[in-house]
Design a protein around this ligand. Structure first.
Ligand code: VGL
Ligand code: ZN
Length: 217
């Protein structure tokens, strides 16, 4: 089905998730295969969004030296995206047309751009992202970035839960794939939660049709 309505308008935000050197650069400490290849695609989306008057926000994984997120402290990940270091910087080719939200700077865990989890109390707390979107009366979000199976998925699922009509750009994401197939499973999980997946080899690019009820699992 051809795409009739534009994806972006002033009530839509493009969210560019964690396009940082440690994920997007082949030399990054948690390099995602194909991570650098999404940069021009994300940039094209950002230019299109900007031209249509959409809001654009970026997120950055922003970790302290010691956090239960890292394998050395009991978690599962190599040390990555240390606050203020090269690995945490946005990829140098990324076109940046909006603010960037840092998450995890106090050692919080979790993957979503919208929420963080205190590793000690396990309390979930919001980042600044939702407030930035609500202040602009954003109703729809379009998501690209890294990684499909972690921060993109978590951000998209939170977006649905928060009531945003949520679209993920299949050509503008790439997966960590700790296990082969994690990227495809994450995509199916997002779709099942009510996320519209556009682009990709098999899916026609189309405008999202349904908005799931808030609170749907
Ligand atoms: C991410 C693993 C660890 C991500 C962040 O941005 O998807 N993945 N931290
Ligand atoms: Zn991380």
């Amino acid at each position: 089905m051809p795409r009739h309505a534009p994806l972006y308008d002033s009530r839509t935000a493009l969210l560019v998730v964690d396009v940082q050197n440690d994920f997007a650069d082949p030399n990054g400490s948690l390099s995602v295969r194909g991570g650098d290849a999404i940069v021009p695609i994300v940039n094209a989306a950002a230019r299109e969004a900007h031209a249509a008057g959409a809001y654009i926000a970026y997120t950055q994984d922003w970790h302290p030296h010691d956090t239960p997120h890292f394998a050395k402290d009991g978690g599962i990940w190599p040390v990555h995206c240390l606050a203020g270091t090269w690995g945490a910087w946005l990829h140098p080719d990324l076109v940046v047309l909006g603010p960037s939200i840092h998450k995890g700077s106090n050692g919080e865990d979790g993957y979503s751009g919208f929420t963080m989890r205190d590793p000690v109390t396990e309390r979930t707390m919001p980042t600044q992202l939702e407030g930035l979107l609500r202040a602009r009366e954003i109703e729809r979000v379009v998501i690209g970035g890294l990684a499909t199976d972690y921060c993109v998925k978590a951000t998209a699922l939170d977006a649905v839960r928060l009531g945003f009509e949520t679209t993920v750009l299949a050509d503008a994401i790439a997966a960590v794939e700790l296990e082969p197939g994690d990227g495809a499973r994450a995509t199916e999980e997002m779709r099942a939660a009510g996320v519209t997946i556009v682009g990709g080899k098999k899916t026609a690019r189309r405008r999202p049709v349904a908005r799931p009820a808030v609170g749907a699992a």
